[in-house]
Write a protein of this length. Structure first.
Ligand code: SF4
Length: 701
């Protein structure tokens, strides 16, 4: 294709489509389109980039932002296509596109539409139709991966011309971010293409190449200085393909003066190319999230996938990542589902292994790309169906009757932690449930065998698979149901909240509410007493109180404030003595707990210690629901330059609760990273999962 010059060009990339849940962050602008903008400008064109993406970086853990998930159209689901699913567009509306096109100062001669996925080709047609209606003589140029994978469908998508090859000169350009005054996140690209030939993937069609690290860091730094983003995102298909280049990049980023920003690797790290040194560099470079591919633990499937590694390397990577200090709650571990011969036992084996390392299981439905080995293999099942029906969430290889089981499986995974697996079993159909229960007996051994494997080969993996003889679990699902149905004990739960903010602004209050409601739902015989310290106006200990309580100096008449102190402390002590369980909700204030909570402890401790002759309280379960900006990993050293502040929140609570005699090891459930708006929904979801797990195990005890 001849690249124009001297033209007015409007250019856009199609936002992704989805149905049901978004499986990964979908709202980011592809960095390649911004490089193309730069290249077209360099050729003397007047270029306007129309951003159709939402900018949202959340995945299925949080609801799609209002107005950025637009219902689009129904598409046939399953291998028969009789069932229908409503597809949604995760991005801005068609009206937005129309408005932008109408509002352009220079009438475009050409509209360029880039699309990443063949199954979204009919979205290109929608934009082309709008553009032609507004600008009858406009030329529509289609490009992107979908054209490279299947050039023929560019015409079906309504293109006058299409670009079926990469444009190397565009790849060389720095991305042009000038279309917007504000960016929440940055983008960067270290490499493209891949040398591997995995059965479901089309990336190897692009010749692998890497970009100059200093050049990449140069545009990142300029972007950082101008827009002050909190994160940089990388969607290179296989960013570990050049480990030395990646290591150099991480070292330089860590020292590059962009301390307020983290890095996220949205696509998979190739497990057999990642070692401990590289992971440590990632931690130093503030890598916030990463995708770790697991894919399958079934020999036949692993063979078919044609990956250059097996689950052995994936499990080793999980273990190394956890040991190196990568934030496991942000490691998304992918595995593939939706083949007619899915081995669900092997899927659950992987699933339990991921949970064991506190990472996030992230199963993906198979997306079929024309020309890929998987597409060729299943041509018979697909019966020449339209490319638009090959979206993974339409489950094109599954019979309709199976789809609900898979949707329930995804729901189960979304709601479940290792501790709550057995409590959420009712979400699974009986067959899946029994497979999962059987895998409980295998997963530890499986992880151990993978970690001890001397090499990562198909033969070695087959040996491990054979060794994992699946044994029938003695615990039946019926037994579990009976247990779940038992009524709980009558319990007094004391809920102490220390936050002056209203609930709509306070995540700790929201966590407390969620906890107490879940508790009572699980054990209707539980009774919750709420102590809202700020609402009660708890004063600090004063001189009169010290003289009275510490030194026994009695006065005829106490001041109103001291009377209030005495009245409150007596009430608090009775409440604590009568409580079977205590829940405390508090935010982090100046790296510690709020002063009012400390005042509560001081008041009670002084009364018990001095007035009641050290007759302290008795041990009982105590749960602390804590919130904070930032992250404070356990074992934090103040000297560590990544975490320059000492966090004393848990230390102080442990000391105070121990001194009162209430608990020697309180349970902490923490929502961190709340200074980053985009992270809050995810932090809440994760805290809720922990609460669910705690309540499921403890509320009826
Ligand atoms: S390693 Fe990743 S990018 Fe490379 S071919 Fe396989 S799936 Fe595609």
């Amino acid at each position: 294709m001849n690249i124009p010059s001297g033209k007015n060009i409007a250019i856009l990339s199609t936002p992704p489509t989805f149905t049901g849940e978004r499986l990964c962050p979908l709202g980011l602008v592809p960095v390649g389109i911004l490089k193309l903008v730069a290249y077209l400008k360099r050729r003397g064109n007047h270029v306007e980039y129309i951003n159709m993406h939402s900018g949202d970086v959340q995945d299925r853990s949080s609801p799609a932002p209002a107005g950025e998930s637009n219902a689009w159209k129904e598409k046939p689901m399953g291998s028969g296509g009789a069932r229908k699913a409503l597809m949604r567009i995760h991005g801005r509306s068609f009206e937005h596109f129309e408005r932008r096109l109408k509002g352009l100062e220079r009438k475009p001669h050409e509209v360029w539409i880039s699309c990443a996925f063949t199954f979204d080709y009919d979205l290109v047609r929608e934009y082309a139709d709008i553009a032609r209606r507004l600008l009858p003589s406009v030329k529509i140029v289609a490009g992107g991966d979908f054209v490279r994978v299947a050039p023929g469908i560019a015409v079906a998508a309504g293109a006058d011309e299409y670009c079926a090859e990469r444009i190397p000169e565009a790849d060389e350009c720095e991305p042009d971010f000038s279309s917007q005054k504000k960016w929440e996140y940055g983008l960067f690209q270290l490499q493209l293409g891949c040398v591997n030939k995995c059965s479901f993937c089309h990336v190897s069609k692009d010749r692998p190449r890497k970009f100059d690290v200093d050049g990449v860091l140069g545009y990142m730094k300029r972007f950082y200085d101008k827009y002050q983003p909190t994160s940089f995102w990388n969607w290179d298909p296989n960013v570990t393909l050049y480990p030395r280049q990646l290591g150099e990049f991480l070292d330089k980023f860590a020292a590059g003066g962009m301390d307020g920003a983290t890095i996220s690797f949205g696509k998979g790290l190739q497990p057999n190319l990642v070692n401990e040194a590289l992971l440590k560099k990632m931690v130093r470079a503030r890598v916030f999230s990463a995708t770790l591919p697991m894919e399958s633990a079934n020999y036949e499937a692993v063979k078919r996938l044609n990956k250059p590694y097996t689950i052995i390397s994936s499990i080793k990577l999980l273990e190394l990542a956890a040991r190196s200090g990568l934030q496991m709650s942000e490691c998304r571990c992918t595995s593939l589902l939706g083949y007619p011969d899915d081995d669900l036992a092997s899927f659950f084996r992987i699933y339990l292994s991921i949970l064991k390392f506190k990472a996030v299981p992230s199963p993906f439905p198979v997306y079929l790309f024309p020309g890929s080995p998987d597409y060729e293999k299943y041509r018979g099942v697909l019966k020449n169906r339209d490319y638009g029906c090959l979206h993974g969430q339409l489950w094109p290889l599954l019979p309709e009757g199976e789809i609900d089981n898979y949707l329930n499986l995804f729901k189960f995974i979304e709601l479940t932690t290792l501790k709550s697996v057995k409590d959420n079993l009712h979400l699974l159909p009986p067959d899946m449930k029994s497979k999962l229960l059987r895998e409980f007996e295998n997963s530890d051994r499986f992880v151990e065998l993978c970690l001890n494997a001397k090499k990562d080969t198909l033969e070695e993996f087959r040996r491990i698979e054979k060794e994992i003889a699946v044994k029938r679990t003695k615990k039946t699902a019926a037994g579990k149901t009976e247990k779940a149905g038992k009524p709980g004990k009558a319990k007094n739960v004391l809920y102490v909240v220390a936050n002056p903010a209203p609930e709509r602004r306070s995540v700790s209050r929201q966590m407390g509410k969620y906890f107490t409601e879940a508790y009572v739902r699980t054990n209707p015989r539980a009774r919750v007493t709420v102590v809202d310290l700020c609402a009660e106006g708890l004063p600090f200990i004063n001189r009169e109180y010290v003289e009275l309580v510490y030194y026994g100096e009695k006065k005829e008449k106490l001041s109103a404030e001291t009377e209030k102190l005495v009245e409150l402390v007596e009430k608090y002590i009775v409440q604590l003595r009568e409580a079977d369980e205590v829940v405390i909700a508090a935010p982090m204030y100046t790296l510690s707990i709020p002063a009012i909570l400390k005042a509560y402890f001081e008041l009670i401790a002084s009364r018990l210690y001095y007035f009641y002759g050290k007759k302290m309280l008795s041990l009982k379960p105590v749960v602390c629901l804590l919130t904070r900006d930032g992250f404070y990993p356990p074992g934090l050293a103040v000297a560590d330059p990544r975490f320059p502040y000492m966090n004393v929140q848990e230390t102080l609570l442990t000391a105070a609760l121990g001194f009162l005699g209430l608990s020697r090891s309180p349970r902490f459930i923490i929502a961190g990273g709340l200074d980053r708006k985009e992270y809050i929904p995810r932090a809440i979801v994760m805290a809720r999962r922990e609460i669910d797990a705690y309540v499921a195990v403890n509320a009826r005890k």
